[in-house]
Design a protein around this ligand. Structure first.
Ligand code: AMP
Ligand code: MG
Length: 345
């Protein structure tokens, strides 16, 4: 199969809709990351998403809609969801709802809940409207690779496995959506993302809890509330280690860890804030972006992680940001890239 990348104009959108309606796959941009979409109500089509990505069958997908009426046929609607949809849809918030029978089990990996999101990206909206049906779409990467934030990333991972990639440029948020569970008692964030804990609490007027394994590895005896959290995601081939502590200790430690590894013949680099690039300039550094702009760090993170593999890095030492606001989502992804290895300086 040849993979075409097309700009999102009227003719490529109608080709995309035709492919989806015939049970095919299309990769499309959203404000979070690129998605790999198929007709959510066609089990064969959904199975081909898992095959194209090499995704384990027990990792459920998010269903994408462009207007709320589409919820009627796929799920029940808990009252608590309404103010959240009013505040954050369209946008990077995925909500879990009790699923209806029309949603095939392959979408939800057999779970009784279905994850639903209404993306705000204009190309995603135009694509979903042209399809006229709910579209199941995980991130458009090979399973285990960082999620794609450009059409070129999708091509790198899925060339020959998807007929069409709609090119909408680079994704604004750059990290996957926040996944919020309202179906099992108190609201709980299963995966942090663009809509922060603080933003959710402001609307719900009550505390929102965090799934245990957001900033640490899942324990052997623990079930993943969000099945995707069980998998080794976002992992570059290099050994990544996070270094935290006061700046005056962190910078010298980064330098000495880097020197130790390069002296031992390893290809190494440091992920640092742009403010520290100068002070670390004797080392090979990749900038995470400015320490004062965590949303910029989020926007570039997956591209930076892909660059580590491109440059065949073997060891990487990274600065950390406070796990607040969008910083929580950054530290979740960076933590998982590092298998949560952390040194305190
Ligand atoms: P992706 O779009 O590739 O980031 O994958 C979607 C993520 O949403 C998965 O990794 C799941 O962990 C999560 N998810 C989807 N459906 C459910 C569900 N019914 N319950 C809990 N988590 C879900
Ligand atoms: Mg994914």
């Amino acid at each position: 199969m040849r993979t075409q990348i097309l700009p999102p104009d009227a003719s490529s959108l109608s080709l995309a809709a035709e492919l989806i309606q015939q049970g095919g796959l299309v990769a499309f941009p959203t404000e979070t990351v690129y998605g790999l979409g198929a007709d959510a109500l066609n089990p064969e089509a959904v199975r081909s998403i898992f095959a194209a990505k090499g995704r384990p069958a027990d990792n459920p997908l998010i269903v994408h809609i462009f207007r709320r009426e589409q919820l009627d046929s796929i799920c029940d609607l808990p009252d608590a969801a309404v103010p959240l949809m009013d505040a954050f849809w369209p946008g990077p918030l995925t909500l879990l709802f009790p699923k209806k029978a029309a949603v095939p089990d392959v979408v939800t990996a057999g779970l009784p809940t279905v994850a639903v999101r209404m993306p705000s990206h204009p190309v995603a909206q135009a694509f979903l409207a042209a399809c006229g049906l709910p579209v199941a779409a995980p991130s458009a990467n090979r399973s285990g690779r960082p999620s794609p934030t450009t059409a070129a990333h999708v091509l790198e991972d899925l060339s020959g496995n998807v007929p069409l990639i709609l090119d909408g440029g680079s994704c604004e948020v750059g990290l996957e959506s926040t996944v919020l569970d309202l179906c099992h008692g108190e609201p709980c964030i299963l995966r942090p993302g663009g809509v922060t804990k603080e933003m959710l609490e402001d609307v719900l007027k009550k505390p929102v809890s965090l799934a245990g394994s957001i900033l640490r590895p899942l324990r052997e005896d623990e079930t993943a509330l969000s099945p995707g959290m069980r998998y080794k995601h976002y992992a570059p081939k290099a050994d990544v280690t996070l270094v935290d502590g006061p700046e005056e200790n962190v910078l010298p430690l980064l330098r000495s860890l880097y020197t130790r590894d390069t002296d031992a013949g390893k290809k190494s680099c440091i992920l640092c804030f742009s403010e520290h690039a100068e002070a670390l300039s004797v080392c090979r550094v990749l900038s995470l972006g400015s320490k004062s702009e965590p949303s910029q760090i989020a926007h570039r993170l997956f591209d930076t992680l892909r660059q580590l593999d491109e440059e065949q890095m073997e060891s990487v030492y990274s600065e950390v940001i406070p796990p607040e606001g969008i910083g929580l989502a950054v530290m979740n992804r960076l933590g998982r890239a590092a298998a949560f290895r952390m040194i305190h300086a």
